[in-house]
Design a binder for this molecule. Structure first.
Ligand SMILES: N[C@@H](CCC(=O)N[C@@H](CS)C(=O)NCC(=O)O)C(=O)O
Length: 203
């Protein structure tokens, strides 16, 4: 199994999930500028050219971070990385995965855009993302993880996105529960190993 990633990207969450699942995998780094890897043309792995992509032992490739996370959870059910398919809690988990993929991940993606100026980005943080932070902070003030059932791959995805905050001038210091969540996640061995594998230091 191979996980295609780029340093500091949204490939971190599936890497954390694979480690939580104790899956054996190889990391393959993608160069965004050239869309190549050590294997060659990345578009041959996925015509979208985006990470993450998970290549399975049979050669099948799964893309879209929120779906890759579900694949990892569903193929390692004993690790309980998501509630069982069809259960009421599963739909809570899917709500979170979708919320993080759309409101959070793509919200942050806007801030990495070279087509917007700094003033527009600051207004977007204040007018758009701040309401998301308030919602998340309120939710996390009552629980250690997003789901009441405990750690899930949704937490890995949320952590992944929130680590980008300093890079896009988002100040999370007003959000105490979010900060506690980040500290809690930052202590998980799967997270520490994933950051080390990417050569990232967040302190
Ligand atoms: N819809 C995709 C989006 C993934 C995505 O935005 N990946 C970014 C990195 S976080 C990427 O590969 N960017 C490539 C580029 O900008 O050239 C998903 O949810 O997995």
């Amino acid at each position: 199994m191979k996980l295609y990633y780029a340093i500091g990207s949204c490939g971190l969450a599936p890497q954390i999930a694979l480690r939580e699942a104790e899956q054996t995998f190889d990391l393959v780094k993608v160069d965004f500028q050239t869309k190549t890897t050590v294997e060659g043309d990345y578009f041959k792995v996925t015509p979208k050219g985006f990470v993450p992509a998970l290549k399975l032992a049979d050669g099948d490739v799964i893309t879209e971070g929120a779906v890759v996370l579900q694949w990892i959870a569903d193929n390692n059910p004993e690790r309980k990385l998501l509630p069982a398919p069809g259960s009421p809690q599963r739909y809570r988990a899917l709500e979170w995965l979708n919320y993080i993929a759309t409101d959070m991940h793509k919200g942050y993606a806007t801030l990495f855009s070279p087509f917007l100026d700094d003033a527009s980005k600051a207004r977007f943080i204040e007018g758009n993302l701040s309401t998301r932070f308030e919602y998340l902070d309120g939710h996390l003030s009552g629980s250690d993880y997003l789901l009441e059932t405990g750690f899930s791959v949704a937490d890995a995805y949320l952590y992944n996105v929130l680590t980008w905050s300093p890079r896009v001038n988002i100040d999370l210091s007003p959000y105490a529960a979010i900060q506690r969540f980040m500290m809690r996640m930052g202590k998980r061995p799967s997270v520490l190993a994933s950051l080390e594998a990417e050569g990232i230091s967040l302190s």
